[in-house]
Design a protein. Structure first.
Length: 545
């Protein structure tokens, strides 16, 4: 593909004089593949944030931007948004336990205790109040709280990954399932005691729960070094093993068996006091950990009236590092080819297309390769909560590319978030040009909507989308094999089935969607009837369908 032909193709797309995919795809598959194969090489040791392997990847991306002529998009001009990280962790040498009505349960086999390092634990036992899954969405007829008073009390909740209700869209359900802490904190609770349903403990062993719930947490740090712990009002945290569930609810208005049966049937459960009190005792340490960078390139908009409106294109650069417990001679590198070397490579290729386009985008666009997604969407959370990183500009939309599974061609995609904003119009037009369908999430129970970086921007009130290509029916087995046997395993590496033509098609599709967002007269906006527009950006200007 010559530069002249590329410029001509891009100009045709912008003028919309012909179906977009009728033009030759200008994505350079060789370059795209070269990016991905370098980023997924063993040399980078899985690109975990805070390691030399991640830093090598960040330097590589910065220099690719430099070579393309894409300007630095960070404050000090080196392409790197340096983010300090800190870790708060339970002091295993201290006395850590939960008491219920004066009976002590030590941290470990029966309970997992924790605390928010930014707040003080209650000095005495406080009342326990059961609030179901801690959900509140009156527009969908959901209210776990009724008229109970949580002020100064510990909220007892049943763990939920989402909302299993066919009348609630899967993305809304996933979001609601993630808001329990916000809901109980807003009602004055000083802590949470989480009860794990039987189905949860069948899927995840208690040892695995202990690793995730009791192993401490890394988060981005404020300038004074304190971690961004979130839900500061919830000082006390505890998770209960299944062996104690029945005893906890003994003498309450409902038994745990009755509660679990109602939840499994999708029936509401009333909130009530358990008639018991509890106290969490937990000692934690806070230590600085490392600095890791979001890598940012910027193309300034050409329209003086629109250039301060910023489209943010993202993909996470990090993966999960190496397996410390691997036996000698075993592969121990989590290379993360699909997750997310492919996404990063797509963003780099789209940055090149924008940089070389003869007609520059009207709005500005930032290409951000994010740190610490695998540690809890931390790089995107930091950026969404620090908009001053782009002085003079307002982030008006995000398009995210995370783990496109290109085991074969595709004719359908899940477009997470598309139905909530006018970005959906650009997506639908591009999909039609490719003869690709937009379909509902086939696995809502996996709550993918809240597990990728676009969700950080959604919570900050910024319209955001993430596209996932789905396999053709005769390629479903290969797709499923990746998710079952290679996702977050050492097998996500070079040599696995990978359709580079499908990858190029997906990248070009994302370019056309983003280009439409940068050039449309109307900026990206939530729809007036969107749940997320109402809940995360109530005062923002809204679009009509």
């Amino acid at each position: 593909m010559t530069k002249t032909l590329l410029k001509l193709t891009t100009a045709i797309v912008v003028m919309a004089t012909a179906p977009a995919y009728a033009q030759e795809n200008p994505v350079e598959t060789r370059q795209y593949r070269a990016h991905a194969e370098f980023l997924a090489d063993d040399l980078l040791e899985g690109r975990e944030s805070g390691t030399p392997g991640y830093d090598i990847a960040a330097i590589y991306v910065a220099n690719q931007f430099r070579a393309m002529g894409v300007a630095p998009g960070d404050l000090d001009g080196d392409y790197m948004q340096d983010i300090p990280f800190a870790r708060f962790e339970l002091d295993e040498n201290a006395d850590n336990y939960l008491t219920i009505d004066g009976v002590r349960y030590d941290h470990g086999d029966q309970v997992i205790v924790g605390r928010n390092p930014a707040s003080e634990l209650p000095a005495e036992e406080v009342e326990l109040v059961f609030v179901g899954q801690g959900l509140y969405a009156p527009e969908y007829g959901i209210d776990s709280f009724g008229d109970v008073d949580l002020t100064g009390k510990i909220a007892v909740t049943a763990f939920s990954r989402g909302v299993n209700n066919p009348n609630i869209p899967s993305d809304v359900g996933a979001h609601l399932g993630s808001t329990m802490g916000d809901n109980v904190e807003a009602r004055g609770a000083v802590g949470t005691l989480t009860v794990l349903p039987a189905a949860m403990l069948e899927r995840f062993t208690w040892d695995r729960v202990k690793r995730f719930a009791g192993g401490g947490r890394t988060d981005w740090a404020h300038p004074d070094g304190t971690p961004n712990a979130g839900n500061v009002g919830l000082a006390a945290r505890a998770t209960l093993n299944g062996d104690l569930r029945d005893a906890l609810f003994e003498g309450s208005p409902m038994s745990w068996a009755e509660i679990e049966a109602k939840m499994m049937a999708g029936e509401p459960v009333p909130a009530f006091s358990l008639g018991k009190t509890a106290r969490v005792v937990a000692q934690a340490t806070v230590e600085p950990q490392f600095t890791s960078a979001n890598v940012v390139g910027m193309i300034e908009g050409s329209d003086p009236d629109l250039k301060d409106e910023l489209i943010v294109m993202t993909a996470h650069l990090d993966h999960v590092g190496i397996e410390e417990d691997a036996k000698p001679g075993e592969d121990n590198v989590y290379n993360g080819l699909f997750d997310n070397a492919l996404g990063v490579s797509a963003v780099l290729e789209l940055a090149r297309l924008f940089a070389e386009a003869e007609t520059k985008p009207r709005r500005s666009i930032a290409f951000v390769l994010l740190a610490a997604e695998e540690k809890g969407l931390l790089g995107s959370d930091w950026l969404a909560k620090n908009p001053d990183q782009f002085p003079g500009k307002t982030m008006v939309a995000n398009i995210n590319i995370d783990m496109p599974i290109h085991t074969g061609d595709f004719d359908s995609v899940v477009a997470h978030g598309a139905e909530h904003s006018n970005i959906g119009r650009q997506i639908d037009k591009a999909l039609a040009d490719f003869s690709v369908r937009r379909v509902d999430d086939p696995a809502p129970e996996e709550v993918f909507f809240v597990r990728s970086d676009h969700y950080s921007f959604v919570k900050a009130g910024i319209p955001s989308v993430n596209l996932d290509p789905l396999p053709l029916p005769d390629e479903q087995d290969v797709y499923d094999d990746f998710l079952e046997n290679r996702y977050h395993k050492v097998g996500d590496q070079l040599g696995q089935p990978l359709d580079w033509d499908a990858a190029a098609k997906f990248a070009w599709m994302n370019y056309l969607i983003t280009r439409s967002m940068t050039d449309d007269d109307q900026k990206p906006m939530w729809y007036a009837d969107s749940f997320f527009g109402r809940s995360t950006a109530p005062d923002a200007e809204k679009a009509t369908r």
